[in-house]
Design a protein around this ligand. Sequence first.
Ligand code: MN
Length: 240
Amino acid sequence: MHGRPLIGVVPLYDREKDSYWMLPGYFDGIEESGGIPLMLPMTADREALERLVLSVDGVLLTGGQDVSPELYGEPAKETCGEVCPARDAMEPRLVETALRLGRPMLGICRGIQLLNVRLGGTLYQDLPTELAGGVSHHMEPPYDRAEHTVKVAEGSPLAAVLGKTEIGVNSCHHQGVKRLAPALEAMARSEDGLVEAVYMPSEKFVWAVQWHPEFSHKSDEHSRMIFRTFVEAAARSEDR
Ligand code: MN
């Protein structure tokens, strides 16, 4: 198959409205990079996920609710925020399927947390009370500006793409990577030591970031570079 790569995007869920929804930034970031976004259905059906992942060239794990601590075998603290059982059921299977079928994957915010958990890591359930590092990870809108800096790991794929060792990023997340999964390498950290970007060295392209390039790609070249690197990896996918 040729032409522009198709990117399967995990749907967002609004509990109050009992609705699936999408932030335009995810779709715009993909389209501006030459990809075609396609919102996936909310399903944990293994056969459906297999067909869906086979049909796309890459998978985008979007932001959203807190990840249920059940997924990494810990009781939920009172400080854990709203969770989304449907996504908690779908995404670990989606990640597993995408890895098995070799599809490039980009995780954003909840996406880095979900990927870390699926690969055996754990999370801070509530950053403000569990990581007192003096860095604000919960900014007020507008979100298309930097809230804190991250140090980009030298020699990491992110450093190679950005050509920088430090960048400013936006920050709007309640949880974060605590114990990093063995299959993941950190490629950026904020000043409090929190892992803000990871990749999977065993795979051609599995990246995830804790910040939100979907909010900043219009004004921030680094955000565009992340989308572009992902979509280009999907375009090179051998199964196309
Ligand atoms: Mn942050």
